[in-house]
Design a protein around this ligand. Structure first.
Ligand code: KG4
Ligand code: ZN
Length: 334
Protein backbone atom coordinates (compact mmCIF):
# COMPACT_ATOMS: atom_id res chain seq x y z
CA UNK A 1 0.00 0.00 0.00
CA UNK A 2 1.19 3.54 -0.59
CA UNK A 3 2.23 5.49 2.50
CA UNK A 4 -0.15 7.88 4.20
CA UNK A 5 0.71 11.03 6.10
CA UNK A 6 -1.00 12.41 9.19
CA UNK A 7 -0.42 16.05 10.07
CA UNK A 8 -1.03 16.55 13.79
CA UNK A 9 -1.45 19.73 15.84
CA UNK A 10 -1.14 20.09 19.62
CA UNK A 11 -1.82 23.41 21.39
CA UNK A 12 -3.49 22.38 24.65
CA UNK A 13 -1.17 24.23 27.03
CA UNK A 14 2.05 26.16 26.49
CA UNK A 15 3.63 24.19 23.64
CA UNK A 16 2.77 24.84 20.00
CA UNK A 17 3.54 21.65 18.14
CA UNK A 18 3.03 20.23 14.64
CA UNK A 19 4.15 16.78 13.52
CA UNK A 20 4.12 14.81 10.30
CA UNK A 21 3.88 11.05 10.82
CA UNK A 22 4.06 8.45 8.06
CA UNK A 23 1.85 5.35 8.29
CA UNK A 24 0.88 6.29 11.83
CA UNK A 25 4.16 5.31 13.50
CA UNK A 26 7.09 6.85 11.69
CA UNK A 27 7.80 10.38 12.94
CA UNK A 28 9.10 12.47 10.05
CA UNK A 29 8.98 15.72 12.01
CA UNK A 30 7.81 16.78 15.45
CA UNK A 31 8.41 20.50 15.87
CA UNK A 32 7.73 21.92 19.33
CA UNK A 33 7.82 25.59 20.20
CA UNK A 34 7.79 26.09 23.95
CA UNK A 35 6.46 29.25 25.55
CA UNK A 36 8.20 28.55 28.87
CA UNK A 37 10.40 31.65 28.65
CA UNK A 38 7.34 33.85 28.16
CA UNK A 39 5.47 32.43 31.15
CA UNK A 40 8.42 32.09 33.50
CA UNK A 41 8.25 35.59 34.97
CA UNK A 42 4.64 34.90 35.99
CA UNK A 43 5.62 31.66 37.76
CA UNK A 44 3.20 29.59 35.68
CA UNK A 45 1.23 29.45 32.44
CA UNK A 46 -0.97 32.49 31.83
CA UNK A 47 -3.88 31.22 29.66
CA UNK A 48 -4.53 34.46 27.78
CA UNK A 49 -0.87 34.84 26.83
CA UNK A 50 -0.68 31.17 25.83
CA UNK A 51 -3.50 31.60 23.29
CA UNK A 52 -1.88 34.65 21.73
CA UNK A 53 1.48 32.92 21.46
CA UNK A 54 -0.14 29.93 19.75
CA UNK A 55 -1.71 32.28 17.20
CA UNK A 56 1.69 33.86 16.55
CA UNK A 57 3.49 30.53 16.20
CA UNK A 58 1.12 28.10 14.55
CA UNK A 59 1.73 28.88 10.87
CA UNK A 60 5.49 29.14 11.37
CA UNK A 61 5.60 25.78 13.16
CA UNK A 62 3.35 24.22 10.53
CA UNK A 63 5.68 25.29 7.73
CA UNK A 64 8.69 24.12 9.69
CA UNK A 65 7.13 20.68 10.29
CA UNK A 66 6.39 20.23 6.56
CA UNK A 67 9.87 21.39 5.62
CA UNK A 68 11.67 19.08 8.07
CA UNK A 69 9.52 16.14 6.93
CA UNK A 70 10.02 16.97 3.26
CA UNK A 71 6.27 16.61 2.80
CA UNK A 72 3.96 18.98 0.93
CA UNK A 73 0.46 19.90 2.10
CA UNK A 74 -0.90 18.11 -0.96
CA UNK A 75 0.57 14.83 0.36
CA UNK A 76 -1.27 15.04 3.69
CA UNK A 77 -4.04 12.44 4.12
CA UNK A 78 -5.54 13.46 7.48
CA UNK A 79 -5.40 16.26 10.05
CA UNK A 80 -5.25 15.25 13.71
CA UNK A 81 -5.70 17.72 16.54
CA UNK A 82 -5.96 17.79 20.32
CA UNK A 83 -9.62 18.44 21.09
CA UNK A 84 -9.06 18.54 24.88
CA UNK A 85 -8.52 18.62 27.76
CA UNK A 86 -6.47 21.78 28.16
CA UNK A 87 -6.83 25.55 28.21
CA UNK A 88 -9.84 26.50 26.09
CA UNK A 89 -8.22 29.48 24.37
CA UNK A 90 -5.10 27.46 23.60
CA UNK A 91 -7.05 24.45 22.29
CA UNK A 92 -9.14 26.71 20.05
CA UNK A 93 -6.10 27.87 18.10
CA UNK A 94 -5.14 24.30 17.18
CA UNK A 95 -8.71 23.24 16.48
CA UNK A 96 -9.40 26.19 14.17
CA UNK A 97 -6.11 25.61 12.32
CA UNK A 98 -6.90 21.90 11.95
CA UNK A 99 -10.41 22.48 10.67
CA UNK A 100 -9.17 25.06 8.15
CA UNK A 101 -6.56 22.61 6.85
CA UNK A 102 -9.00 19.69 6.68
CA UNK A 103 -11.50 21.83 4.79
CA UNK A 104 -8.96 23.35 2.41
CA UNK A 105 -7.22 20.03 1.66
CA UNK A 106 -10.47 18.05 1.68
CA UNK A 107 -9.09 15.39 4.02
CA UNK A 108 -10.55 13.90 7.23
CA UNK A 109 -10.27 15.65 10.60
CA UNK A 110 -9.45 13.48 13.62
CA UNK A 111 -10.09 14.98 17.06
CA UNK A 112 -7.89 13.42 19.71
CA UNK A 113 -7.81 13.26 23.49
CA UNK A 114 -4.62 14.74 24.95
CA UNK A 115 -4.11 11.87 27.40
CA UNK A 116 -4.70 9.27 24.68
CA UNK A 117 -1.84 11.06 22.96
CA UNK A 118 0.46 10.82 25.99
CA UNK A 119 -0.36 7.11 26.31
CA UNK A 120 0.09 6.31 22.62
CA UNK A 121 3.43 8.11 22.51
CA UNK A 122 4.57 4.63 23.56
CA UNK A 123 3.31 3.20 20.27
CA UNK A 124 5.99 5.26 18.52
CA UNK A 125 8.76 3.34 20.31
CA UNK A 126 7.35 -0.17 20.63
CA UNK A 127 4.54 -2.63 20.18
CA UNK A 128 1.81 -2.24 22.81
CA UNK A 129 0.56 -5.48 24.30
CA UNK A 130 -2.92 -5.57 25.80
CA UNK A 131 -4.13 -5.43 28.47
CA UNK A 132 -1.75 -2.61 29.35
CA UNK A 133 -1.63 -0.15 32.22
CA UNK A 134 -0.55 3.45 31.69
CA UNK A 135 0.83 5.63 34.46
CA UNK A 136 0.21 9.16 33.21
CA UNK A 137 2.18 11.78 35.14
CA UNK A 138 2.29 15.35 33.87
CA UNK A 139 1.82 18.93 34.97
CA UNK A 140 -1.93 18.68 34.52
CA UNK A 141 -2.65 14.97 34.98
CA UNK A 142 -1.95 12.05 37.26
CA UNK A 143 -3.85 8.95 36.26
CA UNK A 144 -3.67 5.19 36.13
CA UNK A 145 -5.37 4.12 32.92
CA UNK A 146 -6.21 0.51 32.08
CA UNK A 147 -6.28 -0.35 28.37
CA UNK A 148 -8.02 -3.70 28.00
CA UNK A 149 -8.01 -3.31 24.23
CA UNK A 150 -6.58 -0.87 21.75
CA UNK A 151 -8.23 2.52 22.04
CA UNK A 152 -10.26 1.54 25.12
CA UNK A 153 -9.44 3.51 28.24
CA UNK A 154 -10.58 2.94 31.80
CA UNK A 155 -9.34 5.32 34.47
CA UNK A 156 -8.75 3.19 37.55
CA UNK A 157 -7.11 5.93 39.65
CA UNK A 158 -6.59 9.66 39.49
CA UNK A 159 -5.37 12.49 41.66
CA UNK A 160 -7.90 14.07 43.95
CA UNK A 161 -6.02 17.36 44.12
CA UNK A 162 -2.66 18.32 42.59
CA UNK A 163 -1.11 16.55 39.62
CA UNK A 164 2.40 15.20 40.30
CA UNK A 165 4.07 17.81 38.08
CA UNK A 166 2.00 20.54 39.68
CA UNK A 167 3.17 19.44 43.15
CA UNK A 168 6.77 19.41 41.89
CA UNK A 169 6.35 22.90 40.48
CA UNK A 170 4.84 24.24 43.73
CA UNK A 171 7.60 22.71 45.85
CA UNK A 172 10.18 24.07 43.40
CA UNK A 173 8.70 27.52 43.71
CA UNK A 174 8.92 27.37 47.52
CA UNK A 175 12.59 26.47 47.07
CA UNK A 176 12.99 29.49 44.74
CA UNK A 177 13.53 27.56 41.51
CA UNK A 178 12.20 29.04 38.26
CA UNK A 179 9.10 27.60 36.56
CA UNK A 180 8.77 24.74 35.67
CA UNK A 181 10.72 23.50 38.66
CA UNK A 182 10.22 19.74 38.42
CA UNK A 183 13.63 19.02 36.86
CA UNK A 184 15.39 21.20 39.50
CA UNK A 185 13.78 19.33 42.40
CA UNK A 186 14.63 16.03 40.69
CA UNK A 187 18.29 17.03 40.41
CA UNK A 188 18.46 18.33 43.97
CA UNK A 189 16.85 15.13 45.29
CA UNK A 190 19.21 12.86 43.36
CA UNK A 191 22.24 14.67 44.71
CA UNK A 192 21.00 14.71 48.32
CA UNK A 193 23.03 13.04 51.05
CA UNK A 194 20.18 12.80 53.52
CA UNK A 195 16.44 12.73 53.55
CA UNK A 196 13.73 14.38 55.61
CA UNK A 197 11.02 11.72 55.89
CA UNK A 198 7.69 13.02 54.67
CA UNK A 199 4.21 11.48 54.78
CA UNK A 200 2.75 9.22 52.08
CA UNK A 201 -0.89 9.64 51.12
CA UNK A 202 -2.03 6.05 50.54
CA UNK A 203 -5.75 6.94 50.86
CA UNK A 204 -8.20 4.02 51.29
CA UNK A 205 -6.50 0.59 51.13
CA UNK A 206 -8.25 -0.42 47.89
CA UNK A 207 -7.97 2.96 46.16
CA UNK A 208 -5.77 3.71 43.18
CA UNK A 209 -6.39 7.43 43.60
CA UNK A 210 -3.65 9.87 44.55
CA UNK A 211 -3.32 12.99 46.67
CA UNK A 212 -0.29 15.26 46.73
CA UNK A 213 -1.50 18.47 48.34
CA UNK A 214 -0.81 17.23 51.88
CA UNK A 215 2.73 16.29 50.91
CA UNK A 216 3.26 19.68 49.31
CA UNK A 217 1.95 21.35 52.49
CA UNK A 218 4.35 19.27 54.58
CA UNK A 219 7.25 20.61 52.52
CA UNK A 220 6.04 24.20 52.90
CA UNK A 221 5.53 23.69 56.66
CA UNK A 222 9.10 22.41 57.06
CA UNK A 223 10.48 25.40 55.14
CA UNK A 224 8.49 27.78 57.35
CA UNK A 225 9.50 25.97 60.53
CA UNK A 226 13.19 26.27 59.67
CA UNK A 227 12.86 29.93 58.74
CA UNK A 228 10.97 30.77 61.96
CA UNK A 229 13.70 29.14 64.00
CA UNK A 230 16.39 30.85 62.00
CA UNK A 231 17.77 27.48 60.88
CA UNK A 232 19.04 26.90 57.34
CA UNK A 233 16.45 25.14 55.15
CA UNK A 234 17.77 21.65 54.34
CA UNK A 235 16.70 21.95 50.74
CA UNK A 236 18.30 18.84 49.30
CA UNK A 237 17.09 16.60 52.14
CA UNK A 238 13.62 18.04 51.71
CA UNK A 239 13.65 17.52 47.94
CA UNK A 240 14.77 13.93 48.49
CA UNK A 241 11.98 13.34 51.04
CA UNK A 242 9.39 14.83 48.71
CA UNK A 243 10.60 12.89 45.69
CA UNK A 244 10.78 9.60 47.59
CA UNK A 245 7.25 10.03 48.89
CA UNK A 246 5.89 10.72 45.40
CA UNK A 247 7.79 7.88 43.78
CA UNK A 248 6.92 5.41 46.53
CA UNK A 249 3.20 6.09 46.18
CA UNK A 250 2.90 6.21 42.40
CA UNK A 251 5.08 3.16 41.75
CA UNK A 252 3.47 1.08 44.52
CA UNK A 253 -0.02 1.83 43.23
CA UNK A 254 0.98 1.25 39.62
CA UNK A 255 2.52 -2.15 40.42
CA UNK A 256 -0.48 -3.17 42.53
CA UNK A 257 -2.91 -2.22 39.74
CA UNK A 258 -0.74 -3.99 37.17
CA UNK A 259 -0.95 -7.19 39.23
CA UNK A 260 -4.65 -6.89 39.97
CA UNK A 261 -5.62 -6.34 36.33
CA UNK A 262 -3.09 -8.85 35.02
CA UNK A 263 -1.60 -6.48 32.46
CA UNK A 264 1.10 -7.52 30.02
CA UNK A 265 2.81 -4.15 29.91
CA UNK A 266 3.28 -0.94 31.86
CA UNK A 267 3.46 2.36 29.98
CA UNK A 268 4.96 5.43 31.63
CA UNK A 269 4.02 8.75 30.06
CA UNK A 270 3.70 12.52 30.56
CA UNK A 271 6.29 15.18 31.33
CA UNK A 272 7.18 13.77 34.77
CA UNK A 273 8.31 10.55 33.04
CA UNK A 274 11.55 12.51 32.66
CA UNK A 275 12.12 12.14 36.40
CA UNK A 276 15.30 10.15 36.97
CA UNK A 277 14.21 8.67 40.29
CA UNK A 278 10.83 7.61 38.94
CA UNK A 279 12.29 5.95 35.85
CA UNK A 280 14.87 4.08 37.93
CA UNK A 281 12.40 2.86 40.55
CA UNK A 282 9.80 1.75 38.02
CA UNK A 283 12.43 -0.04 35.94
CA UNK A 284 13.64 -1.86 39.04
CA UNK A 285 10.14 -2.91 40.14
CA UNK A 286 9.11 -4.00 36.64
CA UNK A 287 12.34 -5.96 36.31
CA UNK A 288 11.58 -7.85 39.54
CA UNK A 289 7.97 -8.46 38.48
CA UNK A 290 9.05 -9.43 34.94
CA UNK A 291 6.65 -6.86 33.59
CA UNK A 292 7.70 -5.18 30.33
CA UNK A 293 7.92 -1.40 30.73
CA UNK A 294 7.82 1.21 27.97
CA UNK A 295 9.07 4.76 28.55
CA UNK A 296 9.22 7.12 25.57
CA UNK A 297 12.26 9.36 25.04
CA UNK A 298 11.93 12.84 26.55
CA UNK A 299 10.89 14.48 23.27
CA UNK A 300 7.81 12.25 23.23
CA UNK A 301 7.05 12.55 26.99
CA UNK A 302 6.42 16.29 27.20
CA UNK A 303 3.64 17.80 25.11
CA UNK A 304 4.17 17.20 21.39
CA UNK A 305 2.12 16.60 18.25
CA UNK A 306 3.67 13.25 17.23
CA UNK A 307 1.88 11.57 20.14
CA UNK A 308 -1.39 13.09 18.91
CA UNK A 309 -0.77 11.65 15.44
CA UNK A 310 -0.09 8.24 16.99
CA UNK A 311 -3.39 8.22 18.92
CA UNK A 312 -5.26 9.61 15.90
CA UNK A 313 -3.85 6.85 13.71
CA UNK A 314 -5.91 4.25 15.61
CA UNK A 315 -9.04 6.18 14.59
CA UNK A 316 -7.73 6.61 11.05
CA UNK A 317 -7.36 2.84 10.73
CA UNK A 318 -10.94 2.37 11.90
CA UNK A 319 -12.22 5.13 9.59
CA UNK A 320 -13.41 7.06 12.63
CA UNK A 321 -13.37 10.70 11.61
CA UNK A 322 -14.51 13.87 13.34
CA UNK A 323 -17.11 16.29 12.01
CA UNK A 324 -15.95 19.77 11.07
CA UNK A 325 -18.37 21.24 13.61
CA UNK A 326 -16.42 19.56 16.42
CA UNK A 327 -15.72 21.86 19.37
CA UNK A 328 -12.59 22.21 21.48
CA UNK A 329 -13.52 20.74 24.86
CA UNK A 330 -11.39 21.64 27.90
CA UNK A 331 -13.11 18.98 30.06
CA UNK A 332 -13.49 16.15 27.51
CA UNK A 333 -13.39 12.67 29.06
CA UNK A 334 -11.07 9.91 27.93
O1 KG4 B 1 3.51 16.61 30.09
P1 KG4 B 1 4.07 17.95 30.35
O2 KG4 B 1 5.16 18.47 29.45
O3 KG4 B 1 2.94 19.03 30.29
C1 KG4 B 1 1.65 18.75 30.71
O4 KG4 B 1 0.84 18.22 29.90
O5 KG4 B 1 1.38 19.01 31.90
O6 KG4 B 1 4.56 17.98 31.87
C2 KG4 B 1 5.18 19.10 32.44
C3 KG4 B 1 5.44 18.82 33.91
C4 KG4 B 1 5.87 20.06 34.70
O7 KG4 B 1 5.12 20.13 35.88
C5 KG4 B 1 7.35 19.77 35.00
O8 KG4 B 1 7.81 20.37 36.18
C6 KG4 B 1 7.33 18.27 35.13
O9 KG4 B 1 6.48 17.85 34.08
N1 KG4 B 1 8.68 17.69 34.99
C7 KG4 B 1 9.31 17.01 35.96
C8 KG4 B 1 10.58 16.65 35.44
N2 KG4 B 1 10.66 17.10 34.16
C9 KG4 B 1 9.48 17.74 33.90
N3 KG4 B 1 8.92 16.68 37.21
C10 KG4 B 1 9.80 16.00 37.96
N4 KG4 B 1 11.03 15.62 37.54
C11 KG4 B 1 11.46 15.90 36.30
N5 KG4 B 1 12.67 15.52 35.89
ZN1 ZN C 1 0.42 16.90 28.44
Amino acid sequence: ASPYYILAIETSCDETSVAIVRDGREVLSNVVSSQIETHRRFGGVVPEIASRKHVESITVILEEALKVAGVGLADVNAIAVTQGPGLIGALLVGVVAAKSLALALDVPLIGTHHIAGHIYANRLIGEIEYPALALVVSGGHTELVLLEREGEFRIVGRTRDDAVGEAYDKVARALSFPYPGGPHVDKLAQGAEEEIELPRAWLEPDSYDFSFSGLKSAVLAEINRAKMKGEPVREAALARGFQNSVIDVVTTKAMKAAAEFGVRQLLLCGGVAANGGLRAKLSELCGKARLPLLIPPMSLCSDNAAMIASAADLKWRRGEFTSLDMKADPMISL
